[in-house]
Every structure is written in structure tokens, then in C-alpha cells.
Design a protein around this ligand. Structure first.
Ligand SMILES: Cc1cc2nc3c(=O)[nH]c(=O)nc-3n(C[C@H](O)[C@H](O)[C@H](O)COP(=O)(O)OP(=O)(O)OC[C@H]3O[C@@H](n4cnc5c(N)ncnc54)[C@H](O)[C@@H]3O)c2cc1C
Length: 410
């Protein structure tokens, strides 16, 4: 079976889907609402063997994919190493993965500045609506339009992403702007700080233009900070009193919000991470939401990537999960009909999505779990330190953490 797929969303999930479907003999048109080329603002992405294999399967290269790290370390608040384990990984950036996939799109198959507003199934076809523009007709539609998906909102209006209770502040510093000591401590390894109630994950990524040379790389850190809903509403309100309901563009974040974050950092972070923050481009924050759709397909419409399920970033699975969705969808298109293929796709991918989603929730809960003696502001006595070091940004190997999350929520 071959036909024409309309893919809503031109980020990593949409581009992976387009590449995989094309390799299965389908025509794929991507509709992306952003009128200019997308940019990940230097966000780091941890890769896994699974992701590398799927990049190759999609037709992309994995040469110079990112920076190699060999170990994981945890620092205490004074900056001393309090745990260390070997775990080789390649760490890259959103921009790098996106540009590899974007280069695979044939001329005319990626349409920027097109906002999808809904869909309608019409017998053996499906129409995608684009506001006042005439609808586009295809044999199937893939919603790769992210966690606030318009397609999912029509298919499953009851699914509403849930705020986790914490935000992530991200900072990116150039290697050449950092002291010798910090370069020695941070580059070459994946580093964490995990006192009770907050957490930092950091690793090196390529510099501008995918420059992997020593001295030219950048350091990416994410800092999870609890923020109550009322305070979040305040942080999402800009200097002109405009409230941005989901996330606020970095230049609109009020100075006092940044100042409060810097004061908290000064009181609580190890010196290495404090230096990154002080010497970085302006830090910005994103509230962490998650959700899991109860099915990934209905008729001729499939959900993929973050539209289908958000696993919080602790598992570092968003990109890999989107790639797996794309590969599975392409494989199932061998079925007799599109609705059968999509039903089989959903049956295969939903359990995997659930495992990543719950594992990430469990890792998120661990941020707040204190040792028996009470909160540990120094990050030396985290009761889950070993599990966090082993399981952060790693493909969930089994269902242990997912089962714990399920138990805790029941
Ligand atoms: C701090 C942080 C760290 C992370 N670290 C990792 C990591 O280490 N490893 C990893 O694999 N993942 C990581 N992730 C997750 C990863 O970035 C996402 O899961 C991944 O990019 C999902 O891609 P997506 O294409 O499904 O959705 P998105 O990237 O959200 O893309 C959706 C696209 O659809 C477009 N769109 C939305 N609505 C419409 C519409 N109505 N019409 C047309 N277009 C529309 C949007 O403009 C956007 O381009 C991290 C995320 C965060 C926040």
C-alpha cells in the first residue's frame, strides 16, 4: 500500500515521520506553522544507540553527531565529586538532529507558515484544514504537532497536558568563556547535582556550526526548579502584563524573574554550574508538562512524538521516541488498509510510550525525595543517587521505575 501522508508539524517528529514514510514508498507533505526555519536554541539532546540506528534508517548520517562523554558524575554543593560511574554516550543538540533530517526533505515537500486547524475523514481519504485556505487531501494524517497538538485536541479533547510542578531553566555557555577548572571538571562527562528539591543535568555539546573541536564546544545545562502554579503564572507574565499561557518567549521574561533565579542559584548551586550560569547566553525557562494519549490512532489519523505522549526530559527520550514512532508507522503501512495499519501502530507503540512516560514521572518524583535524616541541600546523600545516575537520559531497560510510578499514583 502506498499513498500520500500529510504530516502536521515540521520539528524532529514530523521530519522523522516524513523520512520513514518516504522510504516505505509514500509521498509525505509536512505542514509547519512556523514561517522561518526552526531552531532549538541550542538545546542539548542525549542520543542512544536506538536513535543512531534510526537516523541511519531514515537516510541521515551519524558522522560528527555530537560530543562523546565517557562517565557520569554527581557533584556536591561544594563542587566535589560524590559519585561517578562509566556510561559512554554521544550528546548532541536539537539543531544538529533537526538539520540532518531537514536536509532529507525534497524540494516542495516542507511547507512553512501553514497552521493546521483540524481534520475531517471523508471515506477513503482525510482532509486537513488550514484556517481559511482550501483543505489538503491525503490518505492519512500524522499529528506531529507537539504536546499542544491541534489534531489531538480534536481527536481526544479530554487529553490535557498536566503541569509537573517544576520548570527547567536552561543555560548554554561557550567553552572558550569558561575557566580551566570548569572545563576540566565538566567537559568529557555528563554531570549532575541532586540535592533534595532540585536537580541539574549538564553536558557538553558542539559549538556553533557543529564545531566539535576542543575549545570551541558549548556546555548545556538544565536546572529543574519547583514552581507553584500561582508563581508560574507570574513568571509567564511579561513586563507589559501580558500572560503567556504555556511558555514565554525568552526576551519577554521579566528581569526580576531572572534576578530571583540568579539569587537562588547563588545560594544553592555548586561553583562549576554557577560559573556556567554566570557566563552563559541569557538563560530561559520552560514549564515541564506531560501527558499520555489513551490511543495513538483513530481511523486515518495517527499521533506521533510529543503529540502522542510527553515523557518528561529526565529520560531524554523525546527525540528517540519520535523516531521509533516514525519507524513503526512506516512498517505497519504494509497492512491491507490505512485504519488497520494505524491501529497496529498504536498497539505497538502505546506500551512503549507509557513506559517512557511513567519512568520519567518516577525520575521526576525522585527530585523531591529526601534521605531519612531530612532534606539534603548538599546533594551528597540523595537516597536515589545510584538509580538517578543509571536511569537519567537512558532508554528505559525494564518497567521497574514505570511500575513504581503507577503504584505511587494509585
Ligand atoms: C529541557 C528539555 C530537554 C530535552 N532533552 C531531550 C533529550 O536529551 N533527548 C531527547 O530525545 N529529547 C529531549 N527532549 C524532548 C524533545 O525535545 C522532544 O520530545 C522532541 O523534540 C519532540 O518532537 P515533536 O516533533 O514530537 O514535537 P515538537 O518538537 O514540539 O514539534 C511540534 C512542531 O509542530 C509545530 N506545530 C504546532 N502546532 C501546529 C499546527 N497547528 N500546525 C502546524 N504546525 C504546528 C510546531 O511549530 C513544532 O515545530 C527534551 C525536551 C526538553 C524541554
Amino acid at each position: 500500500m502506498a499513498g500520500h501522508a500529510i504530516i502536521c508539524g515540521g520539528s524532529i517528529g514530523g521530519l522523522f515521520t516524513a523520512a520513514m514514510l518516504r522510504r516505505a514508498g509514500w509521498q509525505a507533505t509536512v505542514l509547519e506553522r512556523t514561517p522561518v526555519e526552526l531552531s532549538g536554541r541550542g538545546a542539548g539532546i542525549v542520543t542512544h544507540d536506538l536513535l543512531n540506528a534510526l537516523l541511519v534508517e531514515a537516510g541521515a548520517t551519524t558522522r560528527d553527531l555530537g560530543v562523546q562523554v565517557t562517565h557520569r558524575v554527581a557533584f556536591d554543593r561544594a563542587g566535589a565529586t560524590c559519585a561517578r560511574r562509566a556510561l559512554p554516550q554521544t550528546v548532541t543538540s536539537w539543531d544538529r538532529v533537526h538539520s540532518l533530517l531537514r536536509a532529507l526533505m525534497p524540494e516542495g515537500s516542507y511547507r512553512a507558515g501553514v497552521t493546521v486547524t483540524g481534520y475531517a475523514e471523508r471515506g477513503d481519504a482525510v482532509e486537513v484544514h488550514r484556517g481559511d485556505a482550501p483543505p489538503l487531501r491525503g490518505d492519512l494524517v500524522v499529528a506531529a504537532d507537539g504536546f499542544r497538538s491541534a489534531i489531538r485536541a480534536q481527536m481526544l479533547p479530554q487529553v490535557v497536558p498536566r503541569y509537573s510542578g517544576y520548570v527547567v531553566w536552561r543555560a548554554l555557555a561557550c567553552e572558550s568563556d569558561l575557566s580551566q577548572e570548569v572545563r576540566r571538571d565538566l567537559f568529557g562527562q555528563f554531570a549532575m547535582f541532586m540535592p533534595t528539591g532540585t536537580q541539574i543535568v549538564g553536558y557538553p555539546i558542539a559549538g556553533a556550526g557543529n564545531d566539535l573541536r576542543e575549545g570551541h564546544r558549548r556546555y548545556n545545562f538544565v536546572w529543574y526548579v519547583p514552581v507553584a502554579q500561582a508563581d508560574l503564572d507570574d513568571m509567564l507574565t511579561d513586563g507589559e502584563g501580558v500572560h503567556h499561557p504555556v511558555s514565554i518567549p525568552p526576551p519577554r521574561v521579566r528581569g526580576e524573574v531572572i534576578a530571583r533565579m540568579r539569587a537562588l542559584a547563588g545560594r544553592s548551586l555548586p561553583p562549576q554550574f554557577l560559573e556556567i550560569l554566570e557566563r552563559s547566553e541569557p538563560p530561559f525557562f520552560t514549564p515541564i508538562y506531560d501527558h499520555l494519549a489513551p490511543t495513538l490512532a483513530s481511523g486515518r489519523v495517527a499521533l506521533a512524538g510529543d503529540a502522542a505522549c510527553v515523557a518528561r526530559p529526565h529520560v531524554g527520550m523525546g527525540v528517540t521516541k519520535a523516531a521509533c514512532d516514525a519507524a513503526a508507522l512506516a512498517r505497519h503501512l504494509d497492512a491491507a488498509t490505512v485504519p488497520e495499519a494505524l491501529a497496529a501502530y498504536s498497539a505497538e507503540r502505546w506500551p512503549e510510550a507509557e513506559r517512557a512516560h511513567l519512568t520519567a514521572r518516577r525520575l521526576g518524583e525522585m527530585i523531591f525525595e529526601a534521605p531519612p535524616g531530612g532534606p539534603d541541600p548538599d546533594g551528597r546523600d540523595n537516597p536515589n543517587m545510584d538509580v538517578i545516575l543509571r536511569s537519567t537520559a537512558v532508554v528505559p531497560a525494564d518497567g521497574t521505575l514505570a511500575a513504581q510510578a503507577r503504584r505511587n499514583s494509585s
